[in-house]
Design a protein around this ligand. Structure first.
Ligand SMILES: Cc1cc2nc3c(=O)[nH]c(=O)nc-3n(C[C@H](O)[C@H](O)[C@H](O)COP(=O)(O)OP(=O)(O)OC[C@H]3O[C@@H](n4cnc5c(N)ncnc54)[C@H](O)[C@@H]3O)c2cc1C
Length: 460
């Protein structure tokens, strides 16, 4: 059994040098024995849940399939030698986001990214009037989707779009694949309407992974321990099987993504209730795969973490983030159906597309400014299988269903369960805490019942 290796997680000595102090975990060859709570997955939701359970003085086993923690939050140097966020990067809605105080407590520097996004039209940046027209079109489109959702019409969001003239393609990309990870044809108006405002963002110096690592603190994590089966058929404890042995628990919290749950990688005995299965299917993951590349010399004068989009006829486009984390790296995000198509085509195809896009907008010479590049294809990461959950049309009311206990003793958690902050780290974090609270209540109730049974006279 391999244990959390912080150096590996942070992705190199450079990042480590600037890290908050953490206690070391110790290596141990065998799985923990019986515990109060097994938590499946050490992403944001799993770490939040384990912290809660540990704080309540209950025993737990935090089982992670991969050889690192963080899940879709992953700061690493990769082949490029500079620490960067391969997944989540921004702390959204920072005024209300629990990660902000966690980061500050850990002594991490949280800064505001460049506040506005750049829009390019052909070979130049948009004029003021074009920015205004785009913004107006985006608001009109968003209002139309929200109006349908709030009226209870659970339709494909694309069907509600008003006439957006020549901004239709760009607006559809920004509101669909870019914001939600799915094309608007595949997005429920009801789910979209419930999503909370995510503006007012911060980024964590050195990467968001440092914050999650600091939050994991002294938690004990069993790495490389993929859960394959959860058996709750007996009246006693639940058996959780991994490739490395079994653990028994009173209750289990499962934080694997809906991509993993849909794949059947975890077998539940007895099977999941139909309503839970339907909810998992309706809340499948969209795509946000990323090409990380050296963009030499900041030729277009991007501010740190500034976003850029391109006017386009449809959603076959990318979004750029310049000077990611204040470094010479840039991100090109490939989202939605087109993103998946490109990810399946491979890293070279993704790099070619970025080069073509830059050449089209900044001139042929700009191709030469792209240095080394590396793709992170979340759609193909075997223990994630996508980016963020988005409800399919007619599936807009399924998030709460995922929060219902499974066979009375198993709780799901993760970004997919948050009704308004789905697709975010904060949503995952809060759902992990909620699941832990529910698990702890269950254990307390069971403990009290056992006590009453053992000494019935006390009730008199
Ligand atoms: C490219 C990209 C950019 C993003 N940008 C942002 C952003 O800027 N801001 C933001 O707030 N959000 C962002 N997100 C979304 C955010 O990363 C996720 O919503 C959040 O991290 C999900 O956390 P989670 O704990 O629900 O799931 P996960 O992070 O998927 O964690 C689940 C864990 O379970 C493990 N697991 C799976 N199956 C098993 C098994 N059988 N046994 C044991 N372990 C298992 C996985 O390995 C994983 O570690 C982004 C996502 C992507 C992909």
């Amino acid at each position: 059994m391999k244990f959390l290796d912080r150096r590996e997680f942070l992705g190199g000595a450079a990042a480590l040098a600037a890290s908050p102090a953490l206690a070391q975990t110790t290596a141990q060859a065998s799985m923990p024995g019986d515990v109060d709570v097994v938590i499946v997955g050490a992403g944001a939701a799993g770490i939040a849940a384990a912290r809660r359970v540990a704080a309540a003085g209950r025993s737990y086993a935090l089982l992670e399939a991969q050889d690192r923690i963080g899940g879709r939050v992953w700061t690493a140097t990769g082949a490029l030698g500079i620490a960067h966020d391969r997944g989540a990067h921004r702390i959204s809605a920072s005024g209300r986001n629990p990660l902000v105080s966690l980061g500050r407590l850990a002594g991490l520097k949280l800064t505001q990214p460049a506040p506005f996004r750049r829009l390019y039209v052909g070979s130049r940046e948009a004029r003021d009037s074009e920015y205004d027209n785009f913004t107006a079109a985006r608001h009109r489109a968003s209002r139309a989707i929200v109006a349908a959702g709030e009226a209870g019409l659970d339709l494909p969001a694309a069907r509600t779009l008003p006439d957006l003239a020549d901004w239709r393609g760009t607006v559809s990309f920004v509101l669909g694949p870019y914001s939600t990870t799915k094309d608007l044809e595949e997005v429920s108006t009801v789910d979209y309407a419930r999503a909370d405002d995510q503006s007012d963002e911060l980024v964590c110096a050195g990467g968001l992974g440092r914050l999650i690592s600091a939050a994991a603190g002294t938690l004990r994590v069993e790495l490389s321990a993929p859960v394959t089966r959860i058996d709750s058929r007996g009246r006693g404890s639940i058996t959780v099987e991994t490739d490395r042995g079994s653990v028994r628990a009173n209750t289990v919290i499962v934080t694997a993504s809906t991509g993993i749950l849909n794949s059947g990688a975890i077998k539940f005995e007895p099977g999941l209730p139909k309503r839970t299965g339907d909810a998992i299917a309706a809340l499948s993951l969209g795509t946000r795969d990323r090409l990380i590349f050296e963009f030499k010399g900041n030729p277009f004068g991007f501010a740190d973490d500034q976003r850029a989009i391109f006017k386009s006829d449809d959603s076959r486009t990318i979004a750029l983030i310049g000077r990611a984390g204040g470094t010479d790296l840039a991100f090109a995000d490939f989202c939605g159906r087109f993103g998946l198509e490109m990810a399946n085509a491979g890293e070279a195809a993704m790099k070619d597309f970025v080069a073509e896009t830059l050449a089209a907008h900044f001139g042929a010479e700009s191709r030469k400014l792209i240095g080394r590049a590396e793709a992170v294809r979340w759609s193909r990461e075997p223990w994630i299988l996508g980016a963020g959950s988005v409800a399919a049309p007619r599936g807009g009311s399924y998030r709460r269903a995922l929060g219902e206990p499974v066979h009375d003793r198993i709780f799901l958690a993760g970004e997919a369960l948050h009704e308004t902050w789905w697709g975010t780290v904060a949503g995952a974090w809060i759902s992990g805490e909620r699941a832990a609270d529910a698990a702890l209540r269950l254990i307390d109730r069971a403990g009290a019942a056992a006590e009453r049974k053992a000494s019935p006279r006390r009730r008199q």
